[in-house]
Design a protein around this ligand. Structure first.
Ligand SMILES: [Zn+2]
Length: 324
């Protein structure tokens, strides 16, 4: 029966799953379970119209809805050595990378861009949680250094959007080394007197929280984002106590002095414009006088779906989400 279970059944399943119409037109909210129409979701910047849950947004979507007229240019990131440890868990690291690249259409878990936000020139970095849990490896380290160097060279502020499960375990100690590397990079901005603004998105955890994501001059978070070093489950198991309601969520951190603001995604751009202008000694923006960003286009019918042969990907995904 092996031939049937191993070959025929997956083929049949994949044929049917591709035709599931609801998959293509609707997306389910991870928080409240509402089925949301793609168009409606895109108009609301991927925020659930029912419960306000902020769903993931890709770096390219983020940049399009951040920069004036959606116009930006990418900053090149130096390539690190690939798979220096020849790491293998259920899969070889290079194979995992290839699968993530196929699924996201991106080279790595961070994108750097430059452009204008409310006519203030900025450099921006955005982390991609859908790429191996946004995990911080050597490439992400290089990306942040490239972003800081570019910002210093052009005399611009840096706006960073974080989203990560932590360090990339497939790169072992080399991924942990990105914590001091990125810390030093942020220090370059400080010495140049340039603002560094961090927007923490759900989830930002592990070594990312323990380095560049918490070093901003202004710390903003999206509502209900999980922001922590060790996750609530790990802490609960360690101290054997029930944690308070909303523990390690953005609002809780704001109440306890770890953040400056919690801002809804639809207000984020306006708020960044106000802060950037203030910190760059520009006059306040006149509403209606600024070029608008580009609206979000609804997701293509599931371009990010893994192929039938990648079924193990979802199972292995948890291990991608970093180690801390
Ligand atoms: Zn919802």
């Amino acid at each position: 029966m092996n031939w049937i279970t191993n070959y025929v059944r997956p083929r049949i399943n994949s044929l049917f799953s591709r035709r599931e119409v609801p998959e293509n037109l609707w997306r389910k909210c991870d928080e409240c379970g509402s089925m949301l129409f793609h168009r409606e979701l895109a108009d609301n910047l991927n925020v659930c119209t029912n419960c306000g849950h902020h769903m993931p947004i890709t770096p390219r979507e983020r940049f399009k809805t951040l920069f004036d007229n959606g116009v930006y240019s990418e900053v090149k990131v130096p390539e690190p050595v690939a798979d220096p440890l020849h790491f293998r868990d259920q899969k070889r690291y290079p194979d995992r990378m290839k699968a993530a690249q196929r699924a996201t259409g991106e080279k790595e878990a961070m994108l750097i861009a430059e452009g204008e936000v409310g006519r203030t020139p900025v450099v921006s970095a955005a982390q991609d949680f859908s790429f191996m849990g946004g995990s911080m490896g050597m490439y992400v380290g290089n990306a942040i250094i490239a972003a800081c160097e570019r910002a210093v060279k052009l005399g611009r502020p840096l706006v960073l959007f974080s989203a990560a499960g932590g360090a990339r375990m497939q790169e072992g100690i080399l991924s942990l080394m990105q914590m001091p590397r990125t810390t030093v990079a942020v220090q370059m901005l400080r010495e140049a007197g340039l603002p560094y603004i961090v927007v923490l998105t759900h989830p930002t955890t592990g070594g990312v929280t323990a380095s560049y994501a918490m070093l901003g001059d202004v710390q903003i978070a999206e509502p209900n984002a999980l922001i922590c070093f060790a996750g609530p489950r790990v802490i609960e198991q360690t101290i054997r106590e029930k944690l308070p309601e909303g523990f390690q969520r953005a609002e809780y951190l704001l109440d306890h002095g770890m953040l400056d603001r919690v801002t809804h995604r639809k207000d984020m751009r306006d708020e960044l414009i106000t802060i950037l202008r203030m910190l760059m000694h520009q006059p306040p923006a006149v509403r209606g006088d600024l070029p608008p960003p580009e609206p979000l286009t609804p997701a293509e019918p599931e371009p990010r779906q893994a192929e039938a042969g990648d079924a193990s990907e979802t199972a292995g995904e948890k291990t991608d989400r970093g180690t801390g």
